[in-house]
Design a protein around this ligand. Structure first.
Ligand code: NAP
Ligand code: MG
Length: 405
């Protein structure tokens, strides 16, 4: 059988521990036998990041900006224990944080839905993708404990030397003069990048988009988010209607009520705190971390695909001791199929897009026919499911893929 030619490169970012072992298997069994592909390889294992003083992470992000599509394995974000474990020079920052900052990207988390793994919410039939604006608000705030009577003010001091503007936040006085106060901020450029990434994603994925805030109460702060989203929606109106999708703004409390009776299939764009909370709710509602994918999209439409979970250290320790593991490889496989499919779409290669779909079909059919890793056994509605180890699951997917091609 001749291989399918992929016209432009995909940036490959290798990683750590259990996911690194699975990674090599995915390439050997599902990708390289079928695709004639130029993988621009960057080793983001913690030891190689340390050797290169983290330059490899920066290089891989730049390469993604150049080529437009990347696939990333989970990586260790070192803490004190990891510094000792690997003898690292220092606690290198999270690669995901570095890549996200360099790409000015937004993370979209999307669950993989299967017929025999029902969602916790009965109405959820299609995946709900969450986009979190991961900048500012309470994550970059200034907070104060007020321990005696006095006045808290918010002051803006213009750089041009013109008159400062001050507003009283609260006068702490009377019988209960103690309490707390907080100031936070966001920037138009960050909000706009977020909005652009969200519309780029929704148009490419052809899914409806929701944005929500509390602008009835926060008439300037939340209202600014609403207005920037409305401007982006207006500026891309023809693309939005061309994709057959809609943009809706809801109050946040209305949105959470709506979502509980909605079938899903939409992109749910959230302010930072809302996204933090709701992404965990949605992930739990759809089942296993092993079924959650993640893609970083920048405002210009550059994509980096990965699994939402980490390096699955506990399973890796068992693997190192030669014990059996049953680690779910689905999100990592879908990171590959996502990247390959996007590459095909951007290159106008229908055969590459179809191959990516064939990989996903092989995974879905394997699980829906009852063969699955052990994390899914407690979730499935299949009567006598076949719980298998890490490698038997991947072999089952590989043989289905081979037969289907
Ligand atoms: P984790 O790797 O996501 O694993 C936490 C637990 O979730 C596992 O022990 C396992 O539970 C379950 N799990 C996660 N993925 C699974 C899968 N594919 N199949 C089956 N079960 C799965 O999180 P962690 O243990 O907190 O972090 C480990 C390392 O990953 C850390 O060094 C962290 O820095 C890194 N990390 C990287 C990323 C990333 O690169 N994007 C994200 C998060 C964490 P059981 O043990 O109960 O089976
Ligand atoms: Mg959270």
């Amino acid at each position: 059988m001749s291989k399918i030619r992929v016209r432009r490169p995909i940036v490959e970012m290798d990683g750590d521990e259990m996911t690194r072992v699975i990674w090599a298997r995915i390439k050997d069994q599902l990708i390289l036998p079928y695709l004639d592909i130029d993988l621009e390889y960057y080793d983001l294992s913690v030891t190689h990041r340390d050797e290169t003083d983290d330059k490899v992470t920066v290089d891989s992000a730049r390469a993604t900006l150049e080529h437009g599509v990347a696939v990333k394995c989970a990586t260790i974000t070192p803490n004190d224990d990891r510094v000792r474990e690997f003898g690292l020079k220092k606690q290198w920052p999270s690669p995901n944080g570095t890549i996200r900052a360099l790409m000015d990207g937004t993370v979209f988390r999307k669950p993989i839905t299967l017929r025999n793994i029902p969602a916790a919410v009965k109405s959820w039939k299609k995946p709900i993708t969450i986009a979190r604006h991961a900048f500012g608000d309470i994550y970059r705030d200034q907070e104060m404990v007020i321990d005696r009577p006095g006045t808290v003010e918010l002051t803006f001091r213009p750089a041009d030397g013109s008159v400062p503007v001050s507003q009283v936040v609260n006068e702490f006085k009377g019988s209960s003069p103690t309490g707390i106060s907080m100031a936070m901020f966001n920037t138009d450029s960050s909000i706009r990048s977020f909005a652009k990434s969200c519309f780029t994603y929704a148009i490419a994925e052809q899914c409806d988009i929701w944005f929500n805030a509390k602008d009835t109460i926060s008439k300037k702060y939340h209202a600014r988010f609403r207005d920037i989203f409305a401007e982006e929606a207006a500026s891309r109106a023809s693309e939005i209607s061309g994709a057959g999708i809609t943009y809706s703004y809801y109050l946040i409390d209305d949105a959470v009520a709506q979502v509980m009776k909605h079938e899903g299939g939409h992109l749910w764009a959230c302010m930072n705190y809302d996204g933090d909370v709701l992404s965990d709710m949605v992930a739990a509602g759809f089942g296993s971390l092993g079924l959650m994918t993640s893609v970083l999209v920048n405002p210009d439409g550059k994509y980096e695909y990965e699994a939402a979970h980490g390096t699955v250290t506990r399973h890796f320790r068992r693997h190192q001791r030669g014990e059996e593991t049953s680690t779910n490889s689905v999100a990592s496989i879908f990171a590959w199929s996502g990247a390959v499919g996007r590459r095909g779409q951007l290159d106008g290669s229908a055969d590459v897009v179809a191959f990516a779909q064939a990989i996903e079909n092989a995974v879905i059919e394997t699980i829906e026919s009852g063969t699955m890793t052990k994390d899914l056994l407690a979730l499935t509605t299949t009567d006598h499911p076949h719980g298998v180890d890490t490698w038997a699951f991947m072999d089952a997917v590989a043989s289905r893929l081979k037969v289907s091609l």
